[in-house]
Structure formats: C-alpha cells, structure tokens
Design a binder for this molecule. Structure first.
Ligand code: NPQ
Ligand code: MG
Length: 368
C-alpha cells in the first residue's frame, strides 16, 4: 500500500466509574487514535493504548504523539510501497514505544485488509466467532462497594472476575468474594505492587482457588517471579514483563510464568501477539487477551485476536458499557457472557464521527 496521510487525534472519554489499581486512580480515559489513508482513499483505524501518564508502562499520550510525528511517520513516509508486515522492522531503529508502533502497524493493517477484503480475525487465524468475557474490577473504597460492583458483573453474565489487589487489599477482599461466589472463575492482578519477600503473604491466597496471580512483582524481576512461583501454589501469570516473543521465551525458560496475558500494545502489535500465541500453544501455556480500557476500535481488534485457538481463558475483553456510557463505535454488547468477533473487513468497525468530534481534544493530519 501507499500511504497518503496519517491523522493523529487525541480523545477524552469519561469512565462510568473511577478505576483504581495499585498504580493510581483513573476517572477518564485519554487515548491517541490513528487514522491512515492510502492513495486510493481507503481508511484504516487503530488506537495507541498508552495512558496519559507513564504509570503502567513508560509510554504516555503526549510522548507518543511527539515520537510518532518526529520519527515514526517520517520513517513510514520514506517508503513508497509498504505492507503491514514490514512496519515493525522498519520502525525498529527507534527504541521502545511498542504501543505507538502497534497503533501505526494496526492502522496500516486495517487499510491493507480492507483493500484485500479480509477480516482481521481471519488474517490472524481466528477459529471462534465469539469469545468468553471476563472483567477487571478496581480496588474499591469499601468491601461492601466491591461486593456490589462484583454482583453487577456476575448478574451481567461475566464469565470470570479479576480483582485488582495491592498490599492492604488482597486476602480479605478475595476471601469475601470467594465466599459470596464459591464457583465463579476468579483471579487477581497486582500490577507489580509486591516484593520478593512477600511470598508467604501471597501464599495466603492459595486456599481461594484462584485461576492465577497476575504480575505481582516488578516488570523486570523475572527471577523474582520464578522464586515466587515455587512458594505460591496459585499459578503466576505475567503481564507487564511480557514485552516481546523473546521475553515470553525467557520467562517460560526460567519458569517465572505458567500462563501469559497478551496485550497487543505492550508487545508492539497483533503480528507479534500471534507469535507469542503460537509459542504458548506449542508449549501448552494458556493465554488470554488483556485490556487497556480500549474504545470500540481497539476492542474490535482485541476480539479478533482473542478468537485464536490458544486463548483458552476468558480475557479482559469486556463490553463497552464496563467502561463507557457511549463508545466511539457501535457498542460491544455482551450476550450470555460472550462478545461477538467482528467479521467485517479489517477491524470490522467504524467510528461514529459525530461523537468522535465531540470528544476530540486535538487533531492533526500529516500528509506525505
Ligand atoms: C492490566 N488493565 O491488566 C490493566 C492495566 C490498566 C483492564 O485491568 C487507563 C488506561 C487505566 C489503561 C488501568 C485492566 C488503566 C489502564 C489499568 C490499564 O494490568
Ligand atoms: Mg495486568
């Protein structure tokens, strides 16, 4: 394909309720959207999942906007013909920034697949037409409010509950939620809030039949996770640490993780995500699709990925209504605990331009 222009747009969407994790509280979701238009006028959309601040990863919206304009777009424009499969290598001289690179690669892939009349799901190798949904539940002000929120998700039909934890909010909320719903698939996510010496404490979660403990330690502490995995019976699942296929291979070789959360933004795109999926299938490691409070644009693409056969655990691919009163696309609505995988060409969804304009905080178009 031949890129004609790239539009960079920041939007701000209020959340239906504050989302508190061990690294902070978010009340609104700022996002950078990318639209690529080719010489034929075909448009492709993607979203950069970086947050406003570098709290979950070193990337952040304003930084990625600068990086994309200053370095990444000029590099893409240096090629007259480009395929999505070449983007990651072309951008590799610029270090880091997997979320920015993933957004560009995905928007280009969306154009390419729309031109070729193929859905992202079939391009990636999806085998399912709907995927089981889980939901991520923030740290609540009180146990009563936690139970109320979990009850609303259980009633809505979610097939797996994930509780965000941190020191001081772990064993007690897990115990009470497990007592209230003895059979619901339940897991926890610490977002790196613990240290190597917390093994005995985290082992107190073992009686509650959790599917997994997600990312208890620092993202760079692979050996620490391997040590923890020997002390704690609940399976360890890495999120932040798995930044590439190579990182996944290393973590598996060191026995630091027995389940992997795949987030396309964190690993530089959907193509790298499929490589990690394939490795995990070969090693019989269950994978599931993480979430970054995506709008319908990112959610559509995540559902295509989560439809691959190795995604055997419900992901954080929740319904639009979990986060937003109004989504930028047709809302993703859960039916019997499942979301349907978009089957249209490319990512299979289009933004509602009127609503998008309402929530846009900045917009610029870079033309070759
Ligand atoms: C995780 N996501 O698995 C994350 C991290 C996360 C669904 O739990 C604004 C934007 C707030 C992105 C909070 C879920 C966020 C965010 C948490 C991502 O670790
Ligand atoms: Mg996580």
């Amino acid at each position: 394909m031949n890129i004609h222009s790239i539009e960079l747009r920041t939007i701000q969407l209020p959340l239906v309720r504050p989302f508190r994790t061990s690294f902070g509280t978010q009340t609104s979701r700022e996002l950078l959207l990318v639209k690529v238009t080719d010489a034929q006028g075909v448009e492709g959309w993607a979203e950069d999942v970086a947050m406003s601040e570098p709290l979950y990863s070193p990337e952040y919206v304003a930084g990625n906007l600068d990086l994309i304009k200053r370095f990444l777009i000029p590099t893409l424009f240096s090629r007259s013909e480009l395929r999505a499969e070449d983007v990651s290598e072309l951008l590799s001289p610029y270090l880091g920034a997997p979320m920015a690179k993933a957004a560009l690669e995905t928007a280009i892939l969306d154009v390419q697949l729309r031109s070729e009349k193929i859905s992202l799901a079939s391009y990636l190798g999806a085998t399912k037409s709907k995927v089981e949904c889980g939901v991520s539940v923030g740290i609540a002000p009180t146990i009563d409010q936690l139970l109320e929120e979990v009850a609303s998700y259980v009633d809505a039909g979610y097939r797996r509950i994930k509780l965000k934890i941190e020191p001081g909010w772990d064993v007690e909320p897990v115990r009470i939620v497990r007592e209230t719903w003895p059979n619901i698939p339940l897991q926890v996510d610490a977002n790196q809030a613990y240290s190597r010496s917390d093994g005995d404490h985290l082992a107190k979660l073992d009686p509650y039949n959790l599917l997994l403990i997600e990312q208890p330690l620092d993202e760079h502490d692979i050996l620490g996770h391997a040590g923890l995995a020997k002390k704690v019976k609940t399976p360890i699942c890495l999120d932040e640490s798995i930044v590439s296929l190579r990182a996944a291979e290393d973590a598996l070789a060191l026995e630091a993780t027995t389940i992997i959360n795949i987030k396309p933004g964190r690993v530089g795109g959907y193509i790298e995500s499929v490589r990690i999926h394939d490795l995990c299938v070969e090693r019989k490691i269950p994978v599931w699709c993480g979430g970054m409070l995506e709008t319908g644009i990112g959610r559509a693409a995540n559902l295509a990925l989560a439809a691959l056969p190795g995604f055997t655990l419900p992901g954080d691919t929740s319904a639009s209504a979990r986060y937003f009163k109004e989504d930028v696309t047709n809302p993703f609505v859960m039916n019997d605990g499942y979301l349907e995988v978009p089957q249209g060409f490319g990512i299979g969804v289009e933004p509602h331009m009127d609503f998008l304009e309402e929530i846009t905080t900045s917009k610029e178009i870079v033309t070759r």
